[in-house]
Design a protein around this ligand. Structure first.
Ligand code: ATP
Ligand code: ATP
Ligand code: MG
Ligand code: MG
Length: 878
């Protein structure tokens, strides 16, 4: 077996609209191509021995053991690899259920599709599955040690990719609310929502969090001073920079017991509490000095440690934090009890699990000594033995929810304090013996205000009710269900995508909104180019969706991007499918036009149920996509008597129809005439029927988004097929005696479309300079020749500079075949060099003629025309 290619899908895709995270592995079974599993001696037994849990896979028989039954009876290795890859992830704690295996048009080569939770783990699982199966084929077994290593590696991928418990909680809540999110390229920033409606978070700081508040909170001394000035109870204390000042500072705060901590520390680093002697104080000073230059000396307040979380001015959770400890059982030593406690699967390293493993430090031994123990003591049953002085979860502490117990006065105080510091999300550390009584009564204090407080202790407390604190954050960022999204209009089809995308963007601009759009020419925001290039994949979509100025996204969604990585968004508001015709067949295992239709259908299906699929009623493969999408349907048609559209309108549907020379929206009993086709420059004075179809699609997409008829009209009338707006799309030049047209038609359907315009050219000869990209199939070139013979009076065949692996001259020969088959007496010649071919055509053009150029390089062709002195670039008006 050999893996030929592994692709990672991240959005709605060819295999599934709902399952966005899929790995597609192209697998060559090689010598196993004709050997089902039942014909491989010992395979079934070896597989069951390696992965007995495969028993849980139902597969097609639909019952427990179903899949293994298939293995015993005989199934192909691709299918087995799929199930093994899923099971490996399952064993590593990643629940994935979706898989598909299909043989491609090339016998023995399979596409194996598996779901993943973590991209890297998914790809790894695919490769490991192949390794595992191959080993069982070759040796009858897969070594246990290797399997264990695989599972450990998979777990590591998941752990390394973890964004931390706070961010995970926020993401989970966003997903629950249907708020889209994506990681940004730097600083662990997470974007919630799209475009102008986006918010950002970094851990638990939001883009509402002010820098002044954060800096103040990080300076413990300044915080205390401001709070004290406002009458808030804070620890009595002072800051020193030299050991010489320590003695005096202890007197200043009222003598022992004291606390010594670094001025700008966190996570309890360098803190010593309950210091009762000079020796301890000196040691504590040194420890704090490791963390910070300036040192805080404070009175020690006896009490329990609480964390009060305030979000958007409200207390949303309270937790009591209990320092790391073990409970005696009368038999085990303290060392043994610690080991046992750390076995808890909930305890991980650092912040990556619900709890953290207990680790001892310098203060631990002191603390034990004070309690009369050492590590080898056996504490009596039921005795609590503290191991750390501070209660940070990151040093092994636990959290107990106290949200329902906090006294209203304390709640008020906490909210007031956070306002004074100036934070939208803050965690207060309060030391008091009982949070259900006012601080003042118990001599409780506010020790610290934390910016970016961790959520772990609230969403997963060791005891008590988990609190949905991420929900409070979402309520703050997106109040009143304020939309986190912007309208997304996504456009696909075999031909006309870029034109329609640009036109739709132009129409939408009439509403005054900032439109971001992507096309095969580049990514644009408003009137400006962001980035040139073929930008029809998910990455370019993200450029638009991440831009904080964009109010509407219009996205050309091409075949390649959908196939390679899936759509770059979960759902659109409008999904437009223009047409499906033979193009790119044989590339990427899309071999038939129906497969191509299924691929393009992704755009119609990945639409919100209250959105619209805008479908071409005249193209049966497109029209029937209505059966697959849950969205509303809107049809466009060039045929005013279309039966399908008539019925659709009768049922209350909306449509765009070309009728009596007008582009019109038909809804209910009313026909809203937008504009006469001949007044729409894009349609070349109404002579280019396919452009009318594109304009109908764009108008309809805008209409279902509540763009007004007037705005649509204004857009249609001011959009021109000029070189600057649509280079290479029907660019017509008047050269005085004759005209030249540059167009990018590159498949049979677009040739036909172009032909429908060229045939309307009645003032003189029609000369074609034609060719196509070398990676198309042989029969496509023949078809091209046939169609051209039918359109032009004289043909010059040329080839691209880049033959894409094809033998020079071969495309030309195939086109010649097509021409002579269709019209044996057709006049033509072959000039393989594109520049020469174009020049020849322009040189020979008689008066009144039209030279149609289908170039490899649009820019070069336009230059060749312009040097001959263009009178005007025609933008036909009525
Ligand atoms: P974190 O970042 O986890 O909040 P930190 O390093 O910022 O910790 P503090 O919050 O100042 O440190 O102190 C850690 C803990 O030490 C407090 O939550 C509290 O339990 C205890 N503590 C700190 N100062 C005092 C004090 N003056 N009296 C009693 N306990 C204190
Ligand atoms: P690509 O796949 O290269 O991105 P596209 O789908 O974006 O192409 P456009 O760039 O808009 O298509 O148009 C390319 C050519 O296709 C046009 O110049 C024209 O010849 C032809 N074309 C445009 N619209 C249609 C249509 N609705 N039906 C058939 N052909 C069309
Ligand atoms: Mg603290
Ligand atoms: Mg395009």
């Amino acid at each position: 077996m050999r893996i030929l290619k592994i692709q990672t899908l991240r959005g709605p895709n060819y295999w599934s609209i709902r399952r966005h995270k899929l790995i597609v592995m192209r697998l060559d079974l090689e010598n196993l191509a004709e050997t089902p599993s039942n014909e491989i001696p010992g395979f079934y037994e070896g597989l069951v021995e390696a992965l007995p849990s495969l028993e849980g896979h139902y597969c097609s028989p639909g019952c427990r053991g179903g899949f293994l039954m298939r293995v015993r009876e005989g199934t192909m290795m691709g299918h087995i690899v799929e199930h093994v890859a899923l099971e490996l992830q399952e064993l590593a704690g990643m629940h994935v259920g979706f898989g598909r295996t299909r043989e491609t048009a090339t016998p023995g080569i399979f596409q194996v599709v598996i779901e993943y939770l973590n991209e890297e783990a998914g790809r790894y699982a695919g490769r490991a599955a192949v390794r595992l199966c191959q080993s069982i084929v070759d040796r009858g077994r897969y070594p246990k040690a290797e399997l264990e290593q695989d599972i450990q590696d998979l777990k590591d991928f998941l752990r390394d990719a973890s964004l931390g418990p706070s961010t995970e909680a926020i993401i989970k809540e966003a997903e629950k609310r249907g708020i889209p999110w994506m990681p940004l390229a730097a600083r662990f920033l997470i974007q919630l929502g799209y475009g102008v409606n986006q918010k950002r978070m970094q851990a638990t700081m939001s883009d509402n969090t002010g820098i002044l508040g954060v800096e103040l909170a990080c300076d413990k001394e300044a915080t205390k001073r401001i709070l004290a000035a406002n009458g808030v109870p804070v620890p009595r204390g002072t800051v020193i920079n030299f050991l010489d000042d320590l003695e005096e500072s202890i007197e200043q705060v009222g003598g022992y017991p004291i606390v010594i901590k670094p001025l700008d520390g966190n996570h309890g680093r360098g803190i010593t509490i309950d210091i009762r002697s000079w020796d301890e104080a000196e040691a504590a000073y040194e420890a704090a000095r490791q963390v910070s230059r300036s040192i805080i000396v404070e009175r020690y307040y006896v009490g329990r440690d609480h964390r009060v979380l305030v979000v958007d001015g409200k207390v949303v959770a309270v937790a009591e934090r209990v320092p790391a400890h073990v409970v005696g059982n009368g038999r085990s030593t303290i060392a043994e009890l610690i080991e046992e406690t750390n076995l808890d699967p909930n305890r991980g390293e650092g912040h990556d699990n619900v709890l953290t493993k207990i680790e001892l430090d310098r203060t631990s031994y002191q603390l034990l000594e004070r309690q009369g123990y050492n590590l080898n003591s056996v504490p009596p049953k039921g005795t609590i033995c503290y191991l750390r002085a501070t209660a940070n979860l990151s040093t092994g502490g636990i959290a107990v929810d106290r949200t329902d117990e906090i006294h209203p006065e304390n709640r008020w105080l906490a909210q007031r304090v956070v306002k004074i510091i100036g934070l939208d999300i803050a965690g207060l550390d309060i030391v008091t013996s009982d949070i259900s009584r006012p601080l003042r009564e118990l001599d409780g204090v506010i020790v610290e205000v934390n910016a970016a407080p961790g959520f772990r202790m609230h969403v997963a407390p060791s005891q008590g009710i988990p609190r949905n604190v991420a929900g409070a954050v979402m309520n703050m960022l997106f109040p009143n269900e304020q939309s986190s999204r912007i309208p997304i209009l996504s456009i696909t089809g075999t031909n006309g995508k870029t034109t329609t995308t640009r036109l739709l963007a132009h129409i939408y601009k009439q509403t005054g909104k900032v439109v971001g759009y992507t096309t095969t020419d580049g990514t644009y925001i408003g009137d400006y180019l962001v980035e040139a290039g073929d930008n029809t994949g998910p990455q370019s979509a993200h450029v638009i969706l991440q831009d904080p100025t964009v109010e509407v996204a219009v996205l050309e969604s091409a075949r390649g991007g959908i196939l390679r990585s899936g759509l770059g968004f979960e759902s659109a508001n409008v999904g437009v499918v223009l047409n499906v015709a033979a193009d790119h067949l044989g590339i990427g295992d899309i071999d038939t036009i129906d497969q191509l239709a299924n691929l393009k259908s992704v755009v119609a299906e990945a639409v919100y149920p209250d959105g619209y699929a805008v479908l071409n009623a005249d193209d049966n493969r497109v029209a029937t996509m209505s059966e697959k999408t849950k969205a509303n349907i809107a049809y466009f048609t060039m045929n005013p008597s279309s039966e399908l559209v008539r019925k659709h309108i009768e049922k209350g549907g909306v449509a765009a129809v070309y009728e009596n020379g007008y582009l019109s929206i038909v809804k209910g009993d009313w026909t809203h005439r937008i504009e006469k086709a001949e007044n729409i420059p894009l349609t070349m004075g109404g002579k280019a029927p396919f452009m009318i179809a594109n304009a109908l699609a764009a108008s309809l997409a805008a209409f279902v988004q509540n763009v007004t008829i007037e705005q649509i009209r204004a857009g249609l009338k001011t959009f021109r097929a000029s070189v600057s707006q649509t280079p290479g799309r029907m660019n017509l030049f008047n050269l005085g005696k004759y005209h030249a047209l540059v167009d990018y038609a590159h498949n049979p359907a677009s040739y036909e479309a172009l032909g429908s315009f060229v045939r309307n050219w009645t003032t003189g000869q029609r000369i074609g300079v034609i060719g196509g990209p070398g990676d198309r199939r042989d029969e496509d070139f023949v078809t091209l020749g046939k169609l051209a013979a039918d359109i032009f009076d004289y043909i010059i065949i040329k080839e691209d500079d880049d033959t894409r692996g094809r033998l020079r001259g071969s495309a030309s020969d195939l086109i010649t075949q097509g021409i002579t088959q269709a019209k044996p007496n057709c006049r033509f010649e072959s000039i393989l060099d594109e520049t020469q071919a174009i020049n020849k055509a322009l040189d020979m053009a008689p008066d009144g003629s039209l030279v149609v150029i289908l170039p490899e390089s649009v820019n070069r062709a336009i230059k060749l025309i312009k040097v001959r002195g263009v009178h005007e670039e025609i933008q036909p008006q009525s």
